[in-house]
Design a binder for this molecule. Structure first.
Ligand code: NAP
Length: 355
């Protein structure tokens, strides 16, 4: 892909996040000025990796503080920006209060951001980091698809506040964004809908749920076995590439399901063992569904019995043709993403050898 350069500054919301880190990296590498919003400008653990990265790249990084829950919060950072990447949204599966912790920041946050866009004539393109979670809720939803595969025509209709609230937050946020986008003609909206994002982070202390999942796989919590769960996976650098291609290619339109590989937790575990050997407590087998049903909820609040019933032992299939053909994404191998992510987690002592 040609190095994408914009004469105007580019806004990236949630810049301290895992996915945003690589978007900022690619933009700075191409010499752009990036207006990066973070929640707390004093949080050095989150901001210093961004600053160090910027020191070695030709572009300019300007930091701003902004909170999704505060209307008008993104105004200063949006000044003179033509392109916006809106990645900020909580990615956590186990929360205390789904309305407060997920739905409000995702949905109200998207609305606040887009209301601000309407006040800035400079803005022409908004790329929203949505999710595969806005495309489907449970693996069993695959049975209701026309072609037996999830694609951009699918919408998640099975999640709710009480069942898969993270997926519900992403669905409602994306629907809100399309509603607002369709009510105006001065800017275009494109959504990137990644499956589970893996691969190394700009910040080795990244707190995204992606790292939590890999910590469970590498830290021994799943040593007895992984759930028999099929998922889509995609490399974080490929997700960044998709965002940037969507912004700089004026023909990009609609949603882009961005998933590199139809995979499973057992396949991830098998790659981890093949790459790193038996010194780490990686799982070796899948758990029978009844064991997952019985013990899942005790192990992880997000693994409810309803979730297990509708997801375990059901296939997952996703069609990434549109992202490949229109955005030119060429997906890295799963081995590369998994190996490099786990290596980073071992190097930063997040994952330790078995005693
Ligand atoms: P992440 O590292 O946790 O990033 C989330 C970002 O959102 C953080 O920068 C966080 O800021 C920010 N944020 C959360 N609540 C906020 C608030 N109230 N105000 C302002 N900022 C707030 O997770 P990620 O994996 O990079 O996720 C980024 C985006 O990708 C999300 O929209 C997520 O839904 C989407 N996505 C992720 C995956 C995946 O597998 N990782 C897959 C599909 C889609 P703080 O650092 O201050 O908390």
């Amino acid at each position: 892909m040609q190095m994408p350069q914009s004469p105007s500054p580019i806004l990236v919301t949630g810049a301290s996040g895992y996915v945003a880190g690589w978007i900022v990296h690619e933009l700075l590498k191409a010499g752009n000025t990036v207006h990066a919003t973070v929640r707390n400008l004093d949080d050095e653990t989150k901001i210093s990796p961004l600053r160090s990265m910027a020191e070695n790249l030709p572009g300019e990084l300007r930091l701003f503080s902004a909170d999704l829950l505060q209307p008008g919060s993104f105004g200063e950072a949006m000044q003179n920006c033509k392109i916006i990447f809106h990645t900020a949204s909580p990615f956590r599966l186990a929360v205390e209060d789904p309305q407060r912790d997920l739905i409000a920041p995702a949905v109200d946050g998207t609305r606040h951001l887009l209301e601000e866009v309407s006040k800035h004539e400079s803005v022409k393109t908004v790329i929203l980091t949505s999710s595969c979670a806005a495309i489907y809720g449970d693996n069993q939803d695959l049975q209701n698809t026309e072609k037996g595969v999830f694609d951009e025509s699918c919408w998640n209709t099975s999640s709710s506040l009480g069942h898969q609230p993270y997926s519900y937050s992403k669905t409602m946020a994306e629907r809100t964004a399309w509603e607002i986008a369709k009510s105006q003609a001065s800017w275009r909206l494109v959504t990137i809908n990644p499956s589970l994002v893996l691969g190394p982070a700009i910040n080795p202390h990244a707190t995204s749920e992606s790292f939590h999942i890999m910590e469970q796989l590498g830290g021994g919590q799943m040593q007895a076995g992984v759930p028999d769960l099929e998922i889509g996976i995609v490399d974080v650098r490929d997700v960044a590439q998709a965002h940037i291609a969507a912004a700089f290619n004026q023909n990009a339109q609609g949603r882009y399901l961005t998933s590199g590989h139809d995979f499973s937790f057992l396949k991830v575990a098998n790659i981890l063992r093949a790459e790193f050997g038996d010194s780490y407590p990686f799982p070796r087998r899948t758990l029978p569904k009844w064991v997952a049903w019985l013990f899942g909820p005790l192990f992880d609040r997000a693994l409810t019995r309803d979730y297990i019933r509708k997801n375990i032992s059901y296939p997952f299939r996703a069609d990434n043709t549109k992202a490949v053909n229109e955005l030119g994404v060429s997906f890295r191998s799963a081995q590369e993403s998994i190996r490099e992510m786990m290596q980073q987690m071992i190097d930063s002592q997040r994952i330790k050898k078995s005693p």
